[in-house]
Ligand binder design. Sequence first.
Ligand code: PHE
Ligand code: NA
Length: 452
Amino acid sequence: MENRSQWGTRLGFLLAAVGSAIGLGNIWRFPATAFENGGGAFFIPYLFALLTAGIPLLIMEYTIGHKYRSSSPRSFSKISKGMEWIGWWQVLISFVISTYYPIIIAWAMMYAYFSLGTKWGDDPTAFFTGDFLNLADPGTFGSIVPNVMIPLLVVWVLVLFILGRGVKKGIEIANRIFIPTLFIVFLIIVIRAVTLPGAMEGLDAFFKPDWNKIADGSVWVAAYGQIFFSLSIAFAIMITYSSYLPKKSDITNNAFITGFANSSFELLAGIGVFAVLGFMAVQSGTGVAEVVEGGVGLAFMVFPEIISQMPAASFFGFLFFASLFLAGLSSMVSISETYIAGVQEKFSISRGKAVLFGGGLSLIASLFYATQGGLNLLDTVDYFINNYGVALAGLFEVVAIAWFARSLQDLQSHADAVSDIKLGIWWRICLGIITPIVLGYMMLQNLKTDLT
Ligand code: PHE
Ligand code: NA
């Protein structure tokens, strides 16, 4: 394609890639995962996973996108005709995520508003599950929850607007605004958090290493799982984003920057979250371990409770939920771009049509989660997508590239031609051997726990 869209600047690409990587996974997944898997000792498997799988795979995906200058399905089909389906599998996973991710962004948006005046009252858990979502009512798939439906549509308007404006004028500009804002806002929160009474107890609990855990296979699985999810690998995202890179772009360097920026943010989030949990533990006279939580529970039940006890509650509550909102929105844009690019190329249609068709389809599917029945299913869908969908996508991808197409050498030459850092045999070993073994082991472990 001659006039394929391109990023305006290298920084634009990096901000978009980092924007995709930094998401709910950094803020509410990493802190609890690290704590449960050895605390300070978790950093060893974590760094190992980053260096042996995260960054090598990121380099591979950037190289594929840069070399074939196509969406994920077409890039795979250019490597080998029979591999197009791997790209579509990744796109499908992203599509499914894009049907429920905006729900969480919509909640964050509503909670930023609720923060002003701490509208969740004295019992934030009852407020979230009762007043706000009415989860106790099993309901049906037709029973719409207006508290979710309306903000959801607002989020969609924003997402489709950004995507409709295209790569440079839409995605790049949005990330140029979102990501620096996110960093500043988050830094303010973390500084506030570490100066709260009890913060040090929280940090002690977070960093205290449990060295016995290092010998535990499940800790290593958790580390690799966190890295894959956190770097948005095997979702077709990084291939799509790097396909918009100008010809002269330092691929390897960009991958290292993305990887380290994402991990730095993750560490920052861990410090912030545990400082706040330490504050809570001290306030309520319990230990930190008793109050640790991740995910939806942390953000929408535990945090509101803690925020209410903080000085300037409205202000810090607003900043926290605004961060969740920005981090989520930039990730949402990246997931949706995968199928928009895929559909646009497959059917040779304009970007506008692809946004309306692909985004519209996902929007309609997302309405399902704005009903009682859908809300109650959200966790299950998320679980299967993350534990099987993504792990399989990653496994298909590395095995296909390394063993069937045998294109690692070829990709390496491509990356080396444009990058300052040259790849060596270690890169091919990480992708050809370490990553497939880890992903295969991960799948088996997940199957084992689910079947027993
Ligand atoms: N990488 C994001 C995070 O850490 C999650 C994500 C997954 C974003 C899939 C987009 C697609 O939260
Ligand atoms: Na991340």
